[in-house]
Design a binder for this molecule. Structure first.
Ligand code: ADP
Length: 457
């Protein structure tokens, strides 16, 4: 433990407390402590100290400056408390939540995809249509809740990562609106979109961006009454895009506004809203917007006066050279891509191709690594959805060969479709030349958004 009373940086230097701190925590501890000594701010930090038996245990250290009355620190007083057992329990809880959310999420994607097929093919007949719509809404709600749950543990462990690619914003907005639409229809709310005619390009994670807009739209619906009005307004200049989500709903009291982005913050938990939530959405939205180098603000003139959320994101510097097919801006219809689907599971490959063809894409399939490399050379697809575990040569090796042989700059786009989503798996696929990594079971909406928004070189 550090001594309770310290006067100056020089004094702690000689004492050698550094040797008791876990090497992984040392740099940050020293940086924080130096910052506090220079600024006079209180020190508050969690780090591991080595006990007499050699084991490291988590401690919380808190130190405050005692001033001489003129703002100059004359003495630092503090304590360090062992929080190891609680911290371990917290970590186990986070891991459990992540596992639970993952397991709950798995059955949802195939159910959602099956409903999508039923809806598109009219397979269930007109009488069943309202039931299918209802199931889609409820599955959508379940997906949002489980995704939020999955993200809580990622937020608290600082493990959220972005997969940024060059994309067009229009299709992202269109898919977010599509997802919010059923909810608005049930509530008889009117959702209008205003956006500039020219396309807007970003370097962003398409799935996360859809989540940002989707969350805000979903809240706007949820916290507005029947017949409410929701507006999505997009403006842009050379530097940034401003996305406003406005509603004329229940509004937010002035004293709640500053805290609205805090984790688990819910303004009125007594509200019996039909579509509940976990109080995580806005925390996540803020974190994701900031990770994209943007900002978010909340405005409201008070209760019953509606609310507005304003997201600002940097746009892609330098206008890309876009083919005509892609330059029809905004909520454009699906762009037709040549997609090669590679999966050794014949059912997965054929259901995936069916879904993609229904979305307007031209699709070929292959079932092993060698066939994938050959089809890539012969058929010249724009995008390859490539499983990693494949016979003959695996997806990683296939990706390397395809990259080596490619003639067109930046094409084809390689998307890994795999059951493995750990950081290490993502690193390996990136090294092999993949542009994107999707974990199975793939949510069709995520894949559609990705294919529609990806900027082809
Ligand atoms: P929740 O799961 O409760 O919706 P969020 O993090 O998305 O969690 O939102 C936090 C809280 O912020 C909500 O519980 C609600 O009280 C308030 N809020 C969010 N969006 C709006 C809005 N458009 N109008 C009024 N209140 C809102």
């Amino acid at each position: 433990m550090p001594p309770p009373v310290l006067h100056a940086l020089e004094q702690i230097k000689g004492w050698g407390w550094e040797q008791f701190i876990h090497p992984d925590d040392l740099t940050e501890t020293v940086r924080m402590w130096k910052h506090c000594i220079t600024s006079g701010e209180p020190f508050h930090f969690e780090h591991r100290f080595r006990r007499a038996d050699g084991l490291y245990r988590w401690h919380i250290s808190q130190v405050v400056a005692l001033n001489d009355g003129e703002g100059k620190a004359v003495m630092w007083v503090g304590s360090s408390a062992d929080i190891h057992d609680g911290k371990e329990a917290e970590q186990r809880k986070d891991e459990f939540l992540a596992l639970l959310a993952h397991e709950l999420r798995n059955p949802l994607a195939p159910i959602g995809n099956a409903l999508h097929i039923l809806r598109q093919t009219g397979g269930a007949g007109e009488t069943a249509r309202p039931a299918i719509d209802m199931m889609q809404r409820q599955v959508g709600q379940m997906v949002r809740l489980v995704d939020d749950l999955l993200d809580v543990s990622r937020i608290s462990q600082g493990k959220i990562e972005l997969q940024r690619v060059r994309i067009e914003l229009g299709p992202i907005l269109s898919h977010a609106v599509e997802a919010a639409q059923p909810h608005c229809i049930t509530m008889k709310q009117e959702l209008t979109i205003t956006m500039p005619p020219q396309p807007i390009y970003l370097n962003a994670d398409p799935a996360r961006l859809t989540q940002i807009i989707g969350n805000l739209l979903n809240n706007a619906c949820k916290y507005s009454d029947q017949g409410g009005r929701i507006e999505l307004i997009v403006e842009t200049d050379k530097v940034q895009v401003v996305i406003r989500v406005q509603d004329n709903g229940i509004g937010i009291a002035a004293d709640q506004l500053p805290r609205i982005f805090e984790m688990f913050r819910q303004v009125d938990t007594s509200l019996d809203r039909a579509q509940g939530g976990l109080g995580i959405g806005l925390t996540l939205v803020k974190r994701l917007v900031e990770m994209h180098g943007g900002s978010i603000e909340a405005h409201s003139d008070g209760l019953a006066r509606g609310a507005e959320f304003v997201v600002r994101l940097p746009v892609l510097a330098g206008a890309p050279n876009i083919s005509q097919a892609q330059s029809n801006a905004s909520l454009s219809p699906t762009v037709r891509r040549r997609v090669l689907v590679v999966d050794d599971n014949l059912d997965s490959a054929s259901s995936m191709s069916m879904l993609l063809e229904m979305s307007g894409h031209e699709v070929h399939t292959a079932h092993d690594g060698i066939a994938a490399v050959e089809a890539a050379a012969e058929w010249q697809p724009d995008v390859i959805l490539l499983d990693i575990g494949l016979p003959k040569i695996d997806g990683l090796e296939a990706a390397r060969r395809i990259r080596r042989e490619q003639k067109r700059v930046g094409l084809p786009l390689l998307i890994a479709l795999t059951g493995w989503g750990q950081d290490e798996d993502r690193r390996l696929s990136q090294e092999a030349g993949f542009d994107f990594h999707l974990v199975k079971p793939v949510d069709l909406l995520v894949l559609k958004t990705l294919l529609d928004s990806l900027l082809m070189p």
